[in-house]
Write a protein that binds this ligand. Sequence first.
Ligand SMILES: [Zn+2]
Length: 138
Amino acid sequence: MTGFASIRTLRNSGTVLLLASVASCGATDLVAPFGPVGPRERFIPLPIYRVWHAAIEACAGRQSDFDAIIWWVADSLAAPPSAGADYETDATWTPPHTITLRRDRTGVEWVVKHELIHDLLQNGDDLNPILLRCEPIP
Ligand SMILES: [Zn+2]
């Protein structure tokens, strides 16, 4: 299993367009963006997220402050550069407590739990044993 096995990725032609526009601006060092492609918006977490948060706390045997999390949504999210320049991801976690979800993934339990576990552990490692144990297998 690679570090991105649990981050579903898709081809994203939008990222290619963004890279093309960066190139046209005269950038000499193209680095694939990681995170929102285009604008993002603040997002009020769905009520079910508290239930999912409680479930991952129970699984991990640790607690964290759900209300500390700042939620955003974006139409498209570029994956980390190591995943490939034209891939996108479902969601990102940024320390200490920022989760950005792709708009079409806000209702997907395993995606939200994955990011909640990163926040709970304060660790972005996709191979963390607690993450692997507590993330629901899609
Ligand atoms: Zn992850």
